[in-house]
Design a protein around this ligand. Structure first.
Ligand code: FAD
Ligand code: SF4
Length: 339
């Protein structure tokens, strides 16, 4: 049932956008959810497992999609994005890529994050050598490896953290926040697939600040026997069918060499180009990197009509993205309730 003529546009059908739509629809407002791909779910569809509870990410996304589909106040438009925006006094006239023009009273950006180009670290061989993957690519590889013969599974897998993040010389001095956790998860999942594999995580820092995070990462080290080596690898070179990693263990003060079958790079999460374009179209505030920025005190004090949730604001885990989706919906509901 709808209790208002007011309509919100939500751009991005990942966990953040879907949660925002569900909360708005549940409150009786009309929500139009745009997704540029041919299905909802965002990055969750590409994950093999999830921290901090080893849940099935596809199932988590499917449950949310079902709630969206069952809500009569939500209209989903897949394969659709925004073409142009005309700002009016208290609304936006938005032209969609389908050439349809719709008037919206508020907008929530939920377009997710983008990724740092790992090939900029030429010394790690991404794009140059086979078997060097980004963390997201490796989630797909894990799925693929499920059907491999045990003898073909990698015996040594090395994970490099902070690739691009916390590196001023690359322009991203911030910590991407969730890669310590998904690296621990991927190393743990690799061990589940092949308990005989040796997994090494090369790290500069170890950040597990979140409910159940420390316990999760500890269990990967203690129960699944993933080895953490403190030190940034200097170089990767192909050597007799292996990838030879040279690093220094800075805790032990000794050089380390690992001959790996696969290398996984936790490349930084950065603002996506589509987020930057939409921010400019809707005049949303952005920070120095291009993530959407929070404006304290809106909407009640300013009548501002652009909100955001999830990875387009900063790297965030799935649960955090959903909380932000709910919070953005609450801001829109507060604005709409002003009449
Ligand atoms: C390698 C990796 C592993 C991870 N593992 C975990 C984990 O184990 N547990 C966990 O909690 N989190 C994990 N995460 C984080 C999780 O993926 C994010 O928290 C979640 O995807 C954020 O949801 P979102 O809705 O903000 O963004 P997304 O999932 O990126 O969704 C954004 C959606 O917006 C759409 N979109 C973008 N631009 C437009 C546009 N212009 N018009 C229309 N639609 C658009 C996209 O197609 C996409 O569907 C992982 C992330 C990575 C990279
Ligand atoms: S979360 Fe961990 S891996 Fe990611 S940038 Fe921060 S310290 Fe590095």
């Amino acid at each position: 049932m709808s209790n208002s003529e007011k309509t919100a546009l939500i751009i991005g059908g990942g966990m953040a956008g879907m949660e925002a739509a569900i909360k708005l629809g549940g409150a009786g407002y009309q929500a139009v959810l745009l997704e540029k791909e041919d299905h909802l779910g965002g990055i969750m569809n590409q994950l093999y497992g999830s921290f901090p509870r080893w849940d099935n990410p596809q199932k988590m996304a499917e449950q949310k999609v079902k709630m969206v589909e069952e809500n009569p106040n939500i209209t989903v438009k897949i394969n659709t994005t925004v073409k142009s925006v005309e700002k009016k006094d208290k609304s936006f006239s938005v032209e969609l890529s389908s050439n349809e023009k719709i008037e919206f009273d508020a907008v929530i950006l939920a377009t997710g994050f983008g990724f740092y180009d790992a090939s900029e670290y030429a010394e790690y061989g991404y794009g140059a050598f086979d078997n060097v993957f980004t963390a997201l690519e490796f989630e797909g590889k894990l799925k693929e490896m499920e059907s491999w013969d045990k003898k073909d599974l990698p015996k040594v897998v090395a994970f490099f953290k902070c690739v691009g993040s916390r590196d001023r010389s690359k322009g991203y001095p911030y910590c991407s926040k969730i890669c310590c956790m998904f690296t621990a998860k991927e190393a743990g999942l690799m061990k589940d697939l092949n308990p005989d594999a040796k997994c090494f995580v090369f790290y500069m820092d170890y950040r597990a600040a979140g409910k159940e995070y420390e316990e999760f990462a500890r269990s990967v080290i203690e129960d699944k026997h993933v080895r953490y080596v403190r030190g940034r690898p200097a170089k990767v070179l192909p050597d007799n069918g292996k990838l030879m990693i040279r690093a220094e263990d800075t805790l032990m003060g000794v050089p380390v060499e690992v001959a790996a079958d696969m290398i996984v790079l936790a490349n930084a999460m950065v603002p996506s180009e589509t987020t930057k374009e939409l921010a400019s179209m809707f005049e949303a505030k952005t920070d120095q990197y291009g993530f959407i920025d929070y404006i304290p005190g809106y909407p009640t004090q300013t009548g501002y009509r652009v909100f955001f949730a999830g990875g387009c604001g900063f790297p965030v885990e799935s649960l955090g993205a959903q909380y932000q989706g709910a919070a953005a919906a609450a801001e829109v509901i507060a604005l709409f309730n002003q009449g």
